[in-house]
Structures are given as structure tokens and as C-alpha cells.
Write a protein that binds this ligand. Sequence first.
Ligand code: IPD
Ligand code: CA
Length: 292
Amino acid sequence: MNVSTYLKEAIKIAHDAGKMIKAASELAKHIDTKENSADLVTKTDRAVEEFIFNRLRHLFPDHVLIGEESASKSINQLTASPTWIVDPIDGTTNFVHGFPFFCVSIGFCLNRKPVVGVIYNPILGQLFYASEGNGSFIKEGSEATIVGASPKRLGEKIIELPSSLSEALLTTEYGASKSLNHLNAKLDMIKTFLSEPTNGRGVRSVGSAALSMCLIAQGAVDLYYEAGVHAWDVCAGCVIVKEAGGIVRNWSQNEFDVLDRTVVCVRPSNEVSPTILKDLLSFLLPISYPRD
Ligand code: IPD
Ligand code: CA
């Protein structure tokens, strides 16, 4: 089997999972908290993960499955074996509040490297997908039409990146951690970006790491960084960004490691090492999170 088979199946599963998420988004939510009041899980997160795992198990019985809601049992299993890394709902807080930025995110790794990524936001009707070496695409449409819709290749029209952070639009996230060390460092970085002498153009925060990466792949924002992300938040997105021609790396290393808990992205451009990436990296403060 090759990556195009895995991609095809992941798209079908994401579409069906998206239907479940959309239907549940219109009903009352059964909410539990995990680490704190901002770290949520619902019955739907668990049901969607179980649904996706059952489908993957049936199709690929010898593959390893890692998912956010069963992570305590599975996160140490990222080995060279074929491995699926799944976030049943990325943006659970948005799902709970009805803020329309939540999605299902399905990534697939070979030899520990993400090679397939599918992200579906059933509310905005956007399906993003990519596989290594084959480009990155978006399809748009309703639940009934989206799978058959014509794909649009991402990163085809390369618009020059701003040469300075003062012309850049940035997206970042606050994450669920309530640690003051984490929050102070995150707010200090935003202050550094927005104030003199950097004078960054603006900061956005959509509440989903996976959809932030899709915005990068679309070229709708120039830069994204976050500390505290888990492998399931970024696995699918990193393939979608890279295949669109964007840059994905960790805060302190070029070669992206999904277990590192940090991510930096630059939108598609022709520049191999853009100046704004160097400038962004220079103000990132070290924030420590235990590795996945
Ligand atoms: C969270 C979202 C959020 C990001 C957190 C993630 P969840 O995922 O992606 O934007 O800041 O780091 O944990 O909990 O909604 O699946
Ligand atoms: Ca999640």
C-alpha cells in the first residue's frame, strides 16, 4: 500500500467524523474537564476518536493508533511502524462554545515522519489534505458536496513574504496551561511582537492549532508559533503546511519533531530561509513543557 491509499481512506474517515461533529455541535454538550477549567473533553471527542480508531483498525489492523483521548495509553508508541495520530476534535473549547473553528485532524507517520495529513472543519465546510510529495489541497462545500468538489492546490500563487515583522500578520495560541510562567512568557512575546521596535501588524488566535496551520498553508497569515502543542494537534497540519511550500519547524530545531511540544510555521514563499523567520525566532522565549 502507498501513501495515496492512506490519504484516500483518511479523507473518507475525516468526512464521516466531521458529520458526527457537526451533528453534535447543534446539541447540548456533555463536558468534562481535564487539567483545568480550560482543558475540556466532551462525549463527542471520545465517541469520534473511538469511531475513527474502529475504522482504522478494520482497514489497517497492524498499524499503531495514537489519539488525544487515549493518549495516556498510546503516546509512547511513536516508533518506526506505520502510526496514525488523531485529534478527534481540535478546538474543543470552540466546539463547546459554538465558535466555528474546530475540526477533526488525522495524521499518518512512517518511520516517525508525518507523511499524510487530513483536517476537516465541517462547520466552515473546508477540507484540507496533503501527502508527502503530492502537494497540499483544499476542498470547500457542504457536507454532501465537499468530497466530490474540485480541489484547489495550496501555495500555487506565491505572494512575497514581508521582509520585516512590522508588515507581518501572526497567529498564536495561549494554550490550556494556567501556569503563570507559561502565560507570562506567552504574553511577553505578544508584547514584543506588537510594540516598538518590532511593530508587528497584528496577532490572531483561532483556538485550534490544526486550523492555525491550515491558515498558514492558505497564506492567510504569515507566521504561527505555539508552545505546549501535542503531536495530535500538529501531525496532520505539518504535512499540509510543508506540501503547500511553507516552513514547519520546532522552536529550537529545523527538522520538525512532532513530539517536541513547540511549533513555528511560515506561510508558503520562495525564500528558503526568510528574514522574518530569523527575526521571529530571535524573540521566542524558552518555555518548558514535558516532551510527548
Ligand atoms: C488545543 C487547541 C488550542 C491549542 C492547544 C491545543 P484541543 O487542542 O489546538 O488551539 O492552543 O495547545 O491543545 O484541546 O482543542 O484539542
Ligand atoms: Ca482535541
